[in-house]
Design a protein around this ligand. Structure first.
Ligand code: ZN
Length: 347
């Protein structure tokens, strides 16, 4: 089969081509619950750039050459002899964790924290390929309304955005405010989830006008250009208090301080992006009674919930399609801030 492979890390992302499009052996059924999925679309994530930089090496013990792609959907090509819940030809979306259902975290439905399991695209080969091996437990059958190439970003960008927005929605009463920092692949989906689950006022900040336009289309009530005055603008919009909840999809060195400053007293600050460092005094923590939470992907049940929302037409992912052979173009466009929504590779 054809696949796009990472052969070596590029710490500064200075090379012209990061992945090599080449022929490799297709994956084969080994376990009774294995499923081979013919990939219809694979989303391109900022984490892929971080993997290319070598940043995830120590977390996933990655072996090169490696096939990236942790955001995948397609059709069942072949199934192990114990597979009962899906059939060859079914359109499916693949939960990013290949969990086995046996560990304590799985049994408590905390899928993202599942123990000894694979993370296709990170710890094992992923979906930047014609075929990928998955486990029956990690598949959700797609409704007729969702084509795999359009649904693929729901597997990670969508699921993580849904998890964060669902957590925030539990605290948001009508008339209260939420700030979304970053209106990219995850941010523009979270706005639609909040529209579906709450009646809160949605403020979105981003450095890119293209992203702010996408935010408005997705249902943001207010947009604030990220920059020197963004904290002040958010405070003005929220009557001087800040927002009840802030979801930080960027969470690098530039946004963490701002995100906390935009969170009102007794508010909730959700960290989804990476690269930053939190610094808050314990005195500030007790006086402000703020809650800070990290968000990592979502559970199998939450993927099911998200697909239900999308099936009702409440979530639309904005995608830019690239042939798999042009994976480097998609990665470069993402790196250069040129993607509106999510880039999807089509084999
Ligand atoms: Zn991702």
């Amino acid at each position: 089969m054809k696949a796009a492979l990472l052969h070596r890390y590029d710490e500064l992302l200075s090379e012209l081509e990061w992945l090599v499009y080449e022929d490799v052996p297709a994956p084969a059924i080994e376990g009774e619950n294995d499923v081979i999925v013919r990939i219809g679309g694979a989303g391109v994530c900022r984490t892929d750039l971080d993997i290319i930089k070598g940043l995830w090496h120590k977390y996933f013990n990655l072996n090169l050459p490696h096939i990236l792609g942790h955001e995948n959907a397609g059709w069942v090509e072949e199934a192990g002899n114990k597979v009962k819940s899906i059939e060859v030809g079914d359109p499916v979306i693949i939960h990013p964790r290949a969990f086995n259902g046996l560990c304590e975290a799985c049994k408590r439905m905390r899928t993202p924290q599942a123990g000894d399991t694979l993370f296709p695209g990170m710890s094992s080969n992923g979906g930047f390929a014609e075929f990928m091996k998955a486990n029956e437990r990690s598949l959700v059958r797609l409704p007729a309304s969702l084509a795999p190439m359009d649904a693929a970003p729901l597997a990670d960008a969508g699921l993580t955005a849904y998890n964060a927005a669902k957590r925030a929605s539990r605290h948001l009463l009508p008339g209260e405010y939420i700030v979304i920092i970053g209106a990219g692949g995850l941010g523009h989906i979270s706005i639609q989830v909040l529209q579906a689950l709450t009646a809160a006022e949605i403020i979105v900040t981003d450095i890119s006008d293209m992203a702010l336009n996408l935010a408005k289309e997705a249902g943001a009530h207010y947009t604030v250009k990220a920059g020197e005055n963004d904290i002040e603008e958010v405070l003005t919009l929220t009557g001087g208090h800040g927002a009840r909840a802030v979801i930080d999809f960027v969470a690098d060195q530039n946004t963490v301080k701002k995100g906390l400053a935009m969170t009102r007293r007794a508010g909730f600050y959700y960290i989804v992006g990476s690269g930053g460092k939190l610094e808050i005094s314990t005195n500030d923590m007790i006086m402000s009674e703020k809650t800070i939470e990290g968000v990592f992907v979502g559970t199998y049940a939450e993927l099911f919930e998200l697909i239900a929302l999308a099936d009702r037409g409440l979530i639309r992912v904005t995608t830019q399609e690239y042939p798999l052979s042009n994976a480097n173009d998609a990665l470069r466009d993402l790196h250069n801030g040129k993607i509106a929504g999510r880039a999807v590779l089509i084999p």
